[in-house]
Every structure is written in C-alpha cells, then in structure tokens.
Design a protein around this ligand. Structure first.
Ligand code: NAD
Length: 476
C-alpha cells in the first residue's frame, strides 16, 4: 500500500519500502513506502492547504462525514478486521471489535458535534460574551502497533471534529489498516488533505513530524522512552503535546469477590491482544484467603487458551507482533527463572512446532510467588505473562498497586463499597474499574498519571485538547 498525502496515494521518489509481515506466519503480506522528512513536509503542506476550507465547515458538516465514514467502516468490518489480524496478529474477533470501536468513536464525535462549539456567557450590565472553540491548525499524530485502529480513532475523531487537519504516522509494523481507514474517510467525503498518513520510521518520519514548525500539536502514543525523546524534541518549539505512555495496571481481587468472574476478568485482562494492551492487567494482586482457589482456577483457564493464527476460528490468543517483541518477553521470563524471582506455574516458553512455524508465538504464562524486586512487577511487561502477588488486606493491596511509577488503569474486584471507594481514592490511575477491566468506550476520558502520561483522550474532553477558546466580549 502507498502513503496518503493530499487524498492521493503517494510513493517517495527514491522508492524505498518497508515490508509488512504477518506475525502468525512470518510472511511478507505487503509493503509501504519508507517515507522521508520531505514526504512529511509535503503532507504538512497538504494539511495546511486543506485547513483553510475545513475549519470554515460547520461542526455538523464535519460530523456528517464521520457518520458516513462510520457506516462504510461497519459495512467493511470483516475485511478491515482481517487486514488488522494479518498485520498485527490479534484474533479476528478482537480485530473486528477494534474496527467497530473505530466506527463507535466516529459516531460519538459526530453525535456531540452540536455541543462542543462554544458557549455564551451573560455578564449583566457589563455585557455578554461568546466563547468559541477554534482549531489549532495542523496536528500531528504518532501511533503504536498494539491497537492501531482504536488509537487512530482517539486522535482523528476529536482533532478533525474540532476543525484541525492532521498528519498521522502509523507504526511500521502495522500501517495497513490505518492507510485503508484513511481511504475510507476520504471516500466518505473528507476533503483531500484533511487527513494524511505518512509511513516510515520513527527516527525519520516521527522526528520530522515532532519538529515540523507548522505542526501545532503532537499527539503521541507509545512507550515511555520514545515519549521522553518526543518531549525533548518538542521542547525548543514549545510545541503542545499529548503523551499517552505505558502502564502496569494492577488488578486487585479481594476476598469477597466473585472468583469465577474475577478469573475471567484476569484472563481477558491479560491475554487479550496477547497481552499487548496499554491497560492490560499487568499485575494481579489477590487476597491471601482466596489466593489458592483463585490461582488454581486461573491456571486451568490459562493453560487451556488456544494459541494460533488469529484467523483461525478457535483462536483465543494470537502471536506477538514481532520476533523482537516475542524475544523480549522470553528474555524477561528467562531472568525470572535464573534469578528465582517467581514460580512459573504454566507456560514460560516460546511456542514451537508445525502450527507455530515462522510465527512469533509465546506460551500464555502465569507466575506466582513473585519477588517484589522482579522486573515482572516493576516494569511494563508487554506480552502474555501474568504475575500474581498475594496480600492480607486492602491497605497492602493499595500499597502494592501504587508500587510502580505508572498510573494508567487499575481495577478492584469486590462487593464492598467501602473498599471500592478506598481503592478509587488512593490508587494512582486515570481510570479505576470495579468488577471489570480493560473496557474504554468512546464516551469516557482516558489517560494516566505519573510515567503513563498526563493527557486525556476520548470523551468530549478530547475536543478541548485540540482547540482553544477565543472570546468575543460585547460591551453593550
Ligand atoms: P514506540 O514508542 O516504540 O512506538 C510508537 C510510535 O512512535 C511508532 O509509530 C514509532 O514508529 C514512533 N517512534 C519511534 N521512535 C520515534 C522517535 N524517535 N520520534 C518520534 N516517533 C517515534 O511504542 P510501541 O512499542 O509501538 O507501543 C507500545 C507502547 O505504547 C507500550 O508502552 C504501551 O503501553 C503504550 N501504549 C499506551 C497507550 C495509552 O493510551 N496510554 C495506548 C497504547 C499503547
């Protein structure tokens, strides 16, 4: 597939390409241009040109294009889901969910289009004010490979609705569905240049995007190290940033929890998308009274997960996105083994054999008796490995939950209101789920604290992130 700049498919003049692999088979399924700083500059130019007309359109007009695009996405959900599975590896069911999630986001922003334009303020004899929200101009978006469709929606939806235009850079391993969705938006009536997708490396295209003087705001989702680089690059231009970084979400299971539901929550929370989700359950904190029964059930469920090609009808978990990602996970588990940092109850190895040949599969893994110093509970583990810790009471659970520099999401599984309130008040996180984990519908703001970042995406609040107020003061 080719980049989309100014509503057209584009190839760099020097014709350099990046292969896109299917992580389930290791086969090359397509290629995209290895874009350059010049391509990025052309995309900014196209976006700036399109911005003049786009910002004059009414919110309603912009919203109607989103409605049309969402309908097309729904019509094509199967093909889009298959494409996502083939480039990213996740089971088709999850990929289709994500594609539908993109449509939900567009519909949500289309639906609020009449409510986010501004407000009137009456000041009595002093006068009246009209406070409007105006767009920022050309915005940049950099997205990761783990949820490329959903995260594209979180950025494109509010930014375009607010009247900005955008240049988006997908991750090099998963550019295909983003390119296809940009095409669908164009087909739905988005004027050429309002959304441009430039493929290429982070070092070349990503850095050119962050430092381009005409890009007013950069929304970046990715890991903390890259986020720090983005922050450093953006500082001289005083550029506005949205940084959505990693997480190490705790799931706290108290002794009054419904064990069956909590086990299902933990399995989905950790092994959905092969554990490669920012708000995955990355640390399981279980009350000691129920820990033996809970762990036994959990082990049964984790051992029974069906791992395979995401296109297979019975697949519960697909491969990791790349060989590098799989090897990183294998390395972390090897260290646990070597340093006796925990007890590997099931899994703990790369999956080999005919069904897994050339794919990047790792065994769903459960580790108990985890040492508090282990990287399993102190770093973000972005793969299918679930560490379990036990605690004696809610205070100990909260202390364990807060023992990392991250603060993205957290969940507590209990029937007790007082425990719920205590966890909500005291755990560092942008969202606290009760008897649930992972779900982030478009209506609610999403983002973290600490090393998980400090911005918010999603919900009507996100429109504020991509616009600023301007006030007309009428002194009668
Ligand atoms: P990454 O930081 O390696 O890459 C993210 C994007 O940044 C890619 O498009 C990449 O090409 C680009 N990039 C790389 N180097 C760059 C540079 N020097 N300048 C500009 N751009 C550059 O992240 P990843 O490994 O693809 O994604 C996984 C991480 O993302 C995890 O830490 C996960 O928790 C996090 N994440 C966070 C959220 C959230 O909303 N908080 C959501 C999803 C993923």
């Amino acid at each position: 597939m080719e980049m989309r700049i100014g509503g057209r498919e584009t190839v760099s003049p020097d014709e350099r390409w990046i292969d896109v692999l299917n992580p389930a088979t290791g086969e090359v399924i397509d290629r995209v241009p290895a874009g350059t700083a010049d391509d990025l500059a052309s995309a900014v130019e196209a976006a700036a040109e399109a911005g003049t007309g786009w910002k004059k359109r009414s919110m309603r007009d912009r919203g109607m294009i989103f409605f049309h695009a969402a309908a097309k996405v729904r019509e094509q959900h199967k093909a889009l889901g298959q494409l996502l599975t083939m480039e990213q590896g996740k089971p088709l069911r999850e990929a289709i969910d994500e594609v539908r999630g993109f449509a939900n986001i567009l519909e949500f922003y289309a639906g609020i289009s009449a409510q986010v334009g501004g407000e009137a303020v009456r000041l009595g004899t002093a006068g009246d004010c009209m406070v409007i929200r105006e767009p920022l101009g050309v915005c940049g978006a950099i997205i990761p490979w783990n949820m490329p469709v959903l995260i594209m929606g979180w950025k494109v939806g509010p930014a375009l609705l607010a009247g900005n235009t955008m240049v988006l850079k997908p991750a090099s391993s998963t550019p295909l569905t983003s390119l296809r969705l940009a095409q669908v938006l164009d087909e739905a009536g988005l004027p050429p240049g309002v959304l441009n997708v430039v493929t290429g490396s982070g070092e070349e295209v990503g850095e050119a995007l962050v430092t381009h003087p005409q890009i007013k705001k950069v929304s970046f989702t990715g890991n903390g190290l890259t986020g720090a680089r983005v922050r450093e690059l953006a500082a001289p231009g005083n550029k506005e940033l949205i940084l959505e970084l990693g997480g190490s979400d705790p799931m706290i299971v108290m002794d009054d929890a419904d064990i069956g539901k909590a086990v299902e929550g933990a399995v989905r929370g950790r092994f959905y998308n092969a554990g490669q989700t920012c708000t995955a359950v990355k640390r399981l904190i279980v009350h000691e009274k129920i820990a033996p029964a809970f762990t036994r059930l959990l082990k049964e469920r984790v051992s029974a997960l069906n791992v395979g090609n995401g296109l297979g009808p019975k697949t519960d978990m697909g491969p990791l996105v790349s060989a590098a990602q799989r090897d990183r996970i294998a390395g972390v588990v090897e260290t646990v083994r070597e340093q006796d940092d925990g007890k590997i109850v099931t899994g703990g190895c790369i999956l080999r054999g005919k069904a897994y040949e050339n794919g990047f599969f790792y065994h769903p893994t459960l580790v108990t008796d985890v040492a508090p110093t282990s990287s399993l509970v102190n770093e973000e583990i972005f793969g299918p490995v679930l560490p379990v810790m036990t605690v004696a009471n809610p205070d100990a659970a909260i202390a364990a939950a807060n023992a990392t520099p991250f603060g993205l999401g957290a969940s507590v599984w209990t029937k007790d209101l007082a425990t719920t309130k205590k966890v909500f008040d005291e755990v560092h996180a942008g969202i606290v789920w009760v008897n649930r984990h992972l779900t982030v519908p478009p209506e609610i703001p999403f983002g973290g604290t600490g090393e998980s970042g400090s911005s918010r995406e999603n919900g009507h609040h996100a429109v504020d992130q991509y616009s600023r107020t301007k006030t007309l003061f009428l002194g009668w």
